[in-house]
Design a binder for this molecule. Structure first.
Ligand code: NAD
Length: 471
């Protein structure tokens, strides 16, 4: 029986390994992590992450050919294929701080693999890493090799949170990069054999190591760039009376452009887009390509500008002050169908409003109170950031209340701010909400989810990103 071990039981490692276990009953899959609480949660009824369809897969496989454990060394030493899916956040200190990827977790995993391995291993980069990381990993592994053959593969993950399970079942492509040596080719084939259990072979593409590593950064940069492009257009729409949804529709019908990822919003979030573009910027700078770096910087600057613009529009619409006013925040996660709040635009928007002394009443169906309070209390690392964020002061904590119901959150509020496109926000009883609010009642829709005309008929003053403004 082939044995797989995945180091890192996070948003990528957990779902990816659960799907491999489901699709490959003849493979034994161990997911290991240094976080005891995370592993306990994976072994309980309360999984550590919310992802549609995940619980079903885990329940089917757990204890059969899927195991979650903190015994990292044991499972690594027994495995034939080791995926490394640890976090690779942006460095906050030292060389490259604010841009470069922090590979501390990766390096420590690689050193541990080198220390405990007694047989040949295929080591797979599942984390998103800077191009050329495999070269560094090879050095660490082969230096300690004791005659063991380590083959490094790059197999970046393209799943999107919120649709992780369906993305894993039916990926657009699986990318495998490896060395062009006989051993390298053998390792590529072994990993291909795993995916071929359910992925059509024409969707499994093989490249050299550096192309695979760079393709992941490139894909995220292109996706984020599309969002910043449409968001830049949304500002122009508001200034001219054009409607961003109509513009996106017209532009997206061009088959060279396509309709996906053209929704205007308050800005992109999530743990990957900003971090991976910063990483790309750093790599460009290190390779003497400042003009290319500047091109990608603009994607982040427009994203920051969009959040600032949204806060400013809200405050200016509410007669230039929100001091003491209750603002209901609907949605805190960075997108629907996830509880993940890493880099969510909601943090920046809430902090902007708290800075103007608003009272916030926050509701998100998947984000618990402790997580929201923790997110708002943390100081964000600033990179050329136009919103000057401060950690929430003890007095600001009193300005925030978290509720478990949209009606409770909006009761007695002066304005509603929609920051995540949860389906339930489309179907709320807005007449009931309007009746229980202070007047004039405002709605600021950062995701273009509400029917603007219907709300205006009820009596709301509505601002929707990139849409014609209320007369
Ligand atoms: P995560 O923070 O949810 O999970 C990483 C896990 O690795 C943590 O539980 C941590 O405790 C564990 N870990 C760190 N060092 C370890 C070690 N030495 N031994 C054992 N466990 C260790 O991160 P994530 O969102 O799953 O992302 C992982 C990687 O995948 C990142 O490089 C990310 O950029 C990339 N990625 C993420 C997504 C996404 O949507 N989240 C999508 C594609 C790629």
């Amino acid at each position: 029986m082939v044995k797989i071990c995945c180091i890192g039981a996070g948003y990528v490692g957990g779902p990816t390994m659960a799907v491999i276990a489901l699709k490959c009953p003849n493979i034994s899959v161990a997911v290991v992590d240094i976080s005891v609480s995370r592993i306990q949660a994976w072994n309980s009824d309360q999984l550590p992450i919310y992802e549609p369809g995940l619980e079903e897969v885990v329940k089917k496989c757990r204890g059969n050919n899927l195991f979650f454990s903190t015994d990292v060394e044991k499972h690594v030493s027994e495995a034939d294929i080791i995926f490394v899916s640890v976090n690779t956040p942006t460095k906050t200190q030292g060389l490259g701080a604010g841009k470069a990827a922090d590979l501390t977790y990766w390096e420590s995993a690689a050193r541990m693999i080198a220390d405990v391995s007694k047989s040949d291993k295929i080591v797979v980069e599942k984390s998103t890493v800077p191009v050329k990381t495999a070269e560094a990993i090879e050095k660490i592994l082969t230096h300690n090799a004791k005659g063991i053959n380590f083959q490094i593969l790059s197999n970046p993950e393209f799943l999107a949170e919120g649709t992780a399970i369906s993305d894993l079942y039916n990926p657009d492509r699986v990318l495998i990069g490896g060395r062009e040596t006989p051993e390298g080719k053998k390792a590529i084939q072994a990993l291909k054999d795993v995916y071929a259990h359910w992925v059509p072979v024409d969707r499994i593409i093989c490249t050299n190591l550096w192309s695979a590593e760079l393709s992941k950064l490139a894909a995220n940069a292109f996706l984020a760039q599309r969002i910043s492009s449409v968001n830049a257009m949304s500002a122009l729409c508001e200034a001219t009376g054009a409607d961003v949804s109509q513009v996106s529709h017209a532009v997206g019908m061009d088959s060279r452009i396509g309709p996906k990822f053209l929704n205007a919003s308050v800005g992109f979030g999530g743990s990957c887009f900003q971090k991976d573009i910063l990483n790309l910027i750093y790599i460009c700078e290190c390779n003497g390509l400042p003009e290319v770096a500047n091109y990608w910087k603009q994607v982040i600057k427009v994203n920051d500008y969009q959040k600032t613009r949204f806060v400013n529009r809200l405050v200016s619409s509410m007669f230039n002050t929100v001091s003491g006013k209750k603002i209901a925040i609907l949605g805190f996660a960075f997108k629907k169908d996830t509880g993940d709040t890493r880099e969510t635009p909601a943090i920046d928007v809430c902090k902007g409003l708290l800075g103007d002394k608003a009272m916030l009443s926050i509701y998100d169906p998947q984000v618990p109170e402790e997580q929201i309070m923790r997110d708002l209390s943390m100081n964000k690392y600033e990179w050329d950031h136009p919103i000057h964020l401060q950690p929430m002061s003890p007095s600001a904590v009193k300005q925030v209340k978290v509720t478990w119901d949209a009606y409770e959150a909006t009761k007695d509020s002066h304005g509603i701010c929609i920051l995540t496109e949860w389906d339930e926000f489309r179907n709320l009883d807005y007449k009931r909400i309007y009746d229980n609010m202070q007047k004039p009642a405002f709605v600021f829709d950062g995701r273009n989810v509400v029917d603007m005309e219907k709300l205006r008929q009820i009596g709301f003053i509505v601002y929707s990103i990139g849409k014609p403004l209320d007369a």
